[in-house]
Design a protein around this ligand. Structure first.
Ligand SMILES: [Zn+2]
Length: 412
């Protein structure tokens, strides 16, 4: 149990470090993933928020959406920056709209994170079923974000989405049978794909929607995929194991290590998928494997954790160890993306909840947040450097590249 906790903690540390590398100092404008499905005639709100605010006086964001499915009805500005003369939402809906915020006459930079603006969309009668991307981008490529000294503020974008269901649409589900993983090849739990709307489900009735790749079962083996001298990462032969993992990537050695240890494998034979998010089911499974695949005394109580799911034993173990409690009494949320806050907390709990010598310096970690002590501990022990000097980005998802790096730093 102690060992398990320590391992979990280490994992956390590893995870938070690479984010600082990959963020490259950009602030990020991100769109909401609207969780509840919508159908024709519904309206829903879509928040566009800012994290890692570098300080600026004006900004502009282009929002693009599928015009046959959605219509933009209205816009409301949030607390971070005011309206800076955005045109009214016109009745001619082009599927594209630029929102301008801030103030040309501001005396100092706006700082702080939060909601920039909220859009209200209506679902059209012509909408088709499926997941719809509401994409965010910069309208002019340069100078869309300026600070008080008129310097360009580097900004990254993460789009959001909404799932449209259509009255009368009956999922046409095609089963992909379960396949056991082997020493070298990943397997998968059974899942169903709707040929009409393209969504994925963990059940034949199409009741429980799941994220792409959440069905992957990592390879079990310890056989290195490349016999090259592991102490010599410069060996050109060693770079051939995944096409999307280069020797210059911060996660190069961690990926090699994780695959050799059988903690995870690629998302395919040739791809590791370092930029893909991790689900709660996947992360718990990684932790369970790295801690020796111990059996729990009893099954977990969650209705969304089928006994034959690849993550069932891992979830039961994590609950028994007190590492996670699920999202509610009945729901574990295995297909939900794991956030940095959630993961750092799992590690901290696994580690025995040690006290930190001081609070962290992160402005986006409120003192009363459930993850505050975990972040302070991780920061004090060099487990995380945060996403920047002042931000931890607790709500950011952890990518596969980050996850294996945290694991590597913790367990190597
Ligand atoms: Zn469907």
């Amino acid at each position: 149990m102690k060992r398990v906790l320590i391992c979990l903690l280490m994992l956390l540390l590893v995870l938070s470090l690479p984010a600082a590398v990959s963020a490259a100092g950009d602030q990020t404008v991100y769109g909401q993933k609207v969780e509840a499905p919508v159908s024709a005639g519904d309206t829903f709100t879509y928040e566009v928020s800012l994290k890692g605010n570098l300080g600026m006086v004006v900004g502009a964001v282009r929002v693009t959406w599928p015009v046959q499915d959605l219509k933009l009805n209205s816009i409301q500005f949030g607390s971070v920056m005011p309206d800076n003369g955005t045109a009214p939402v016109s009745s001619t809906n082009k599927g594209r709209f630029t929102v301008v915020f801030g103030s040309d006459t501001a005396k100092q930079n706006y700082t702080g994170d939060g909601v920039l603006f909220t859009l209200t969309f209506e679902v059209l009668e012509t909408a088709t079923a499926g997941r719809k991307e509401i994409a965010l981008s910069c309208p002019h490529n340069a100078d869309d974000f300026l600070d008080f000294d008129l310097n360009n503020v580097p900004t990254a974008f993460e789009s959001g989405s909404v799932t449209v269901t259509v009255a009368g649409h009956v999922h046409d589900l095609v089963e992909t049978p379960a396949k056991d993983s082997t020493d070298t090849e990943p397997g998968n739990s059974a899942y169903w794909t709707c040929s009409g709307c393209g969504l994925y489900f963990s059940d034949a009735e199409g009741q429980n929607e799941i994220e792409p790749d959440s069905w992957i079962i990592p390879a079990q083996g310890t056989t290195p995929s490349d016999p090259a001298d592991p102490s010599n990462p410069g060996n050109p032969g060693a770079d051939s194991f995944f096409e999307d993992v280069k020797q210059t990537d911060y996660f190069y050695n961690p990926v090699k290590w994780a695959v050799e240890k059988g903690i995870t494998s690629g998302v395919s034979k040739t791809l590791f998928g370092p930029a893909q998010n991790c689900t709660r089911g996947q992360v718990v499974t990684f932790l369970w494997i790295v801690n020796g695949k111990q059996d729990a005394a009893k099954a977990s109580p969650f209705t969304d954790v089928p006994a034959d799911a690849y993550f069932a034993k891992a979830v039961a173990w994590a609950v028994e160890q007190g590492i996670t409690a699920g999202l509610s009494e009945k729901e574990f949320g295995p297909a939900k993306t794991v956030t940095r806050a959630q993961f750092v907390t799992m590690l901290w709990v696994a580690k025995g909840m040690p006290a930190a010598s001081a609070a962290s310096n992160f402005t986006d970690v409120p003192a009363n947040a459930y993850y505050a002590k975990a972040v302070a501990w991780a920061f004090a022990n060099d487990i995380t450097a945060g996403k920047s000097a002042t931000s931890f980005a607790p709500d950011d998802p952890c990518t596969r590249g980050q996850i294996v790096t945290f694991l590597y730093n913790a367990y190597k």
